[in-house]
Design a protein around this ligand. Structure first.
Ligand code: FES
Length: 646
């Protein structure tokens, strides 16, 4: 037969092929990225291509519409049943080469689509999951050929997809015979890493779904993702049911130490919540949980251990040894999840005893290891997890900030929930406050504020509210840089009141809408201790890195997305930096879980980066104490904040 030159765009790959070769076949032989789920049977429509027309003297090709075979019955049936093809498009598995051709492969026909992530304007993440779908037609059983159903499925996958030696465990085998018969020997196999059968669906199917999970000590969030397009199909969140065993992490570890079997209880609780979330997002997307083929999980070390069923006791005290730190791959069943029968769960690696897989997720999402600029990543919870560096070097530590930033240990403190004061301003002349509470956009001196807060009331002050309150008190001169509430101002305003030997600033008196809310001397001390710990941890990493200043600061997590970065700097929570380069990453840990779900190479990437991260133990560093003392002052005893001047 005659040969024709076929050129693929955008890959630029070219080769001569005998007349009659299908475009899909040509693409495969050249390693061109052209998708197919049905294996060239004209069912899936993933293989669409555009044969272009016109001469290309540079390539020495004249391409024309009649250089591909005319529509055949299979293609006509596809267009009839599954929706017409866009103008100019053909099914690559049906169109045959009959002359020199330039073939365009549209982005949606490529297996590895580029999805631009937040990190990653400059570093798009390719959708390249571990699980792929393969439609196969399996031989029926026959009295004269006594081979098993699984054997014949293996043969079909080998012959039709070149997948030799597929494994299946009993959970998957259990449904095998039913699926084969329900599909009349036509089935779609979900296969992971070209090796493990994860699920078998009767007939043809082209939906590929996975779940990305962020287990926080307070809330658990799950995102159902389309592993073909990279889209999030549904998201849901739930309070972590472990809260009934202890509000914060350390009290949960003590629960384990005091109650034999307590770890198993907490493991069951978190797994139950995860299953519930999987069911919720699956229902929202209109699928069954058995269609969830892969899961990725991030969480702090204690959540990570409890989810995996590992005893977290050692994480409760020095030297904070993790049971395991690398990325882990386990069957979903093994961790109590009932999803696709052979589904796997991947947990991102933990960095150190205090710096968990959640921080690894933040790193994967923000990509400091890809950049030249020196980036600081901070995730504030009961412990601040801190990462600093760039493509050359990354360091991490954690710092014991305590729960003050979450509104705990604060006299009028509360969790960030409707009714909590989250923004506060103080008039430097009158010393009168105005504030906003979560649940309304109105300020307390706006008309309609009482009506807007009638349901929630004004119940307390949350972490971001207390930070603004202390910073505004400093700016108004109510608090000295040493953190002392200035009692002499009681002469100027009734809002400064004596409480024992110290003073407090009253934001509001008790009334029908809620209790008295005040900032006490004790609150200011608690904030000073927390912010000094955070700042000292950051400075320690800067010392180790040898970075006199930072190019970028990114605050991750819920706290990071609520806090006003300007006030964080006024208070000296973070070192001086161009305010335009200080930002919030939102739920970056969850984004990291999603990246690991969508792109298999990102798992090796983050594992390699985590191994490379230099772990600094703040407790062992004498310099930490010195930095801590200096950082007790607001914003700092000696460090300059030139960017605050402007
Ligand atoms: Fe499925 Fe062409 S490969 S329709």
């Amino acid at each position: 037969a005659k040969d024709h030159l076929v050129f693929f765009s955008p890959s630029g790959k070219r080769e001569r092929f005998p007349e009659g070769t299908t475009v899909l076949e040509a693409a495969r032989r050249l390693g061109v990225d052209l998708d197919s789920v049905c294996g060239g049977r004209g069912i899936c429509g993933r293989c669409q291509i555009v044969p272009t027309e016109g001469a290309n003297p540079k390539l020495g090709i004249k391409s024309a519409a009649d250089h591909v075979s005319p529509w055949n019955a299979v293609e006509a049936r596809y267009a009839d049943k599954r929706g017409a093809l866009e103008a100019g498009r053909r099914l690559g598995c049906q169109a045959k080469v009959c002359g020199d051709l330039v073939i365009d492969v549209p982005a949606d026909s490529q297996v590895h689509r580029q999805v631009v992530r937040k990190r990653a304007e400059a570093y798009p993440v390719k959708v390249d999951p571990l699980v792929h779908l393969h439609y196969v037609e399996v031989r029926e059983p026959d009295m004269h050929d006594p081979s098993s159903d699984f054997r014949r499925l293996q043969e079909a996958l080998a012959a039709q997809w070149g997948l030799a030696d597929i494994h299946a465990d009993t959970a998957v085998l259990k449904g095998l015979q039913k699926a084969l018969r329900a599909g009349e020997w036509k089935v779609t196999a979900a296969i992971r890493k070209g090796r493990d059968l994860v699920a078998l669906f009767p007939g043809f199917r082209d939906t590929l779904r996975g779940l990305a999970v962020d287990i926080g000590s307070t809330t658990i969030a799950a995102h159902l993702c389309d592993l073909v397009t990279g889209d999030v199909l549904a998201s849901s969140g739930l309070m972590n049911p472990q809260i009934r065993f202890g509000e914060d992490l350390m009290s949960r570890v003590s629960y384990v130490m005091m109650n034999p079997g307590g770890d198993a209880e907490m493991t069951a609780a978190v797994r139950g919540a995860l299953q519930e979330l999987a069911a919720a997002v699956a229902a929202e997307a209109g699928i069954g949980t058995d269609e969830i083929l892969e899961v990725t999980v991030v969480g702090n070390p204690i959540m990570h251990h409890l989810f995996l069923g590992l005893d977290p006791t050692e994480l409760g005290g020095a030297p904070f040894a993790l049971t395991v730190d690398g990325g882990l791959e386990v069957r979903a069943r093994e961790v109590g999840l009932s999803l696709a029968p052979g589904a796997f769960v991947y947990t991102l690696p933990c960095i150190a005893g205090h710096v968990g897989a959640d921080t690894a997720g933040v790193v994967l999402s923000e990509g400091p290891h890809l950049k030249d600029e020196v980036t600081l990543l901070v995730d504030v919870g009961t412990n601040a997890e801190i990462v600093l560096g760039n493509r050359h070097r990354l360091l991490a530590c954690s710092s014991p900030t305590g729960p003050a930033f979450e509104g705990a240990q604060i006299a009028s403190g509360q969790r960030a929930a409707p009714g909590a004061i989250e923004r506060l301003r103080i008039d430097p002349e009158t010393l009168e406050p105005r504030f906003r509470v979560i649940g309304t956009e109105l300020w307390s001196d706006d008309a309609g504020f009482p009506e807007a807060t009638a349901k929630t009331g004004v119940t307390g002050i949350c972490g971001s509210g207390i930070i603004e309150a202390v910073a505004e008190m400093l700016l108004a001169g109510l608090v000295t840089p040493d953190g002392i509430v200035d009692g002499t101002l009681a002469a100027r305003t009734p809002r400064i009141v004596a409480e024992g030997r110290t003073f407090a600033y009253v934001i509001r008196e008790a009334d029908a809408a809620g209790p008295r809310i005040a900032v006490t001397q004790g609150d200011i001390r608690a904030i000073q201790l927390a912010k000094a710990a955070l700042y000292a941890g950051i400075r320690l990493l800067m010392d180790h890195y040898g970075a006199p200043s930072l190019d970028r600061i990114t605050l991750a997590g819920a706290f990071g997305s609520h806090i006003d970065v300007k006030y964080a700097m006024i208070l000296g929570l973070i070192p001086d930096c161009d305010l335009a380069a200080v930002g919030s990453a939102g739920n970056a840990a969850g984004t990291g879980a999603r990246i690991a779900l969508l792109n298999k190479a990102s798992r090796a990437e983050i594992e390699e980066v985590v191994r490379r991260i230099e772990k600094i133990e703040t407790a062992l560093e004498p310099a930490f104490q010195a930095h801590f003392v200096g950082a007790m002052a607001i914003p700092h005893k000696s460090d300059p904040f030139p960017h605050l001047e402007t």
